[in-house]
Design a protein around this ligand. Structure first.
Ligand code: ZN
Length: 213
């Protein structure tokens, strides 16, 4: 996680795919993963963040503007995917990491294990660096879930229900089919070595909940 601030400016354009969280991350993302035009966008001025949320029951816990790319989705890019993550950190530590400008990653939402409380860290119109893949970042909403891939007790009923309700609302808003082709795990993103949400994440249950059945 530790990256010296002095390196941030030059490395950010490489890291902006979003290393995300998790023990499986490598420190050496291959250069050239993203188009040259995208690197220019990373240096563009970032618009001030409005203190507002896209999901009414979420609390606004803004990530550092260094950890995402300001955008105007869905005009700039279609929103076609929801990417499911597991934090490998506590909820509070995740929020802190996203507020650290040297972290070079953030997700749109973080769901708390114990009670399903949701913080929004990046506005949906902006491109959060969560998937480790610039193309996927541009087209997705990233949702982190408090827990560890090898500790299924963190995947509580409250967490599943709260997250599924959020994903359902996102799918309705952008016309995203509520299926496993469009609601994917971080581990399914091309080029990633992340394993989240891992084998303990109950996809059948989750997709059923997203569909309200
Ligand atoms: Zn992840």
């Amino acid at each position: 996680m530790e990256r010296p601030n002095s390196a941030a400016a030059s490395r950010r354009s490489l890291l902006r795919g979003g290393l995300g969280l998790g023990a499986a991350a490598t420190t050496g993302l291959a250069a050239g993963l993203w188009p040259a035009g995208a690197a220019q966008a990373a240096t563009a001025p970032v618009a001030p963040q409005a203190a507002a949320v896209d999901y009414p029951s979420a609390a606004w816990a803004p990530a550092s503007t260094a950890n995402y790319t300001a955008s105007n989705r869905p005009s700039s890019y279609p929103v076609e995917l929801v990417v499911i993550h597991v934090t490998q950190e506590t909820f509070a530590d995740t929020i802190s990491l996203f507020q650290n400008p040297a972290h070079a990653a953030a997700s749109h939402y973080v769901v708390r294990s114990a009670d399903g409380a949701i913080d929004q860290c990046v506005r949906e119109h902006d491109i959060a660096w969560h998937a480790g893949n610039w193309d996927y970042n541009t087209r997705s909403i990233g949702i982190e879930h408090e827990g560890w891939v090898d500790q299924p007790a963190y995947f509580t009923t409250a967490l599943y229900h709260a997250s599924a309700a959020l994903t359902a609302e996102i799918c309705d808003k952008y016309g995203i089919p509520k299926d496993r082709n469009h609601i994917i795990g971080h581990s399914q993103v091309p080029g990633t070595d992340h394993t989240d949400p891992g084998p303990n994440w109950d996809w059948v249950r989750y997709i059923r909940l997203v569909n309200g059945v």
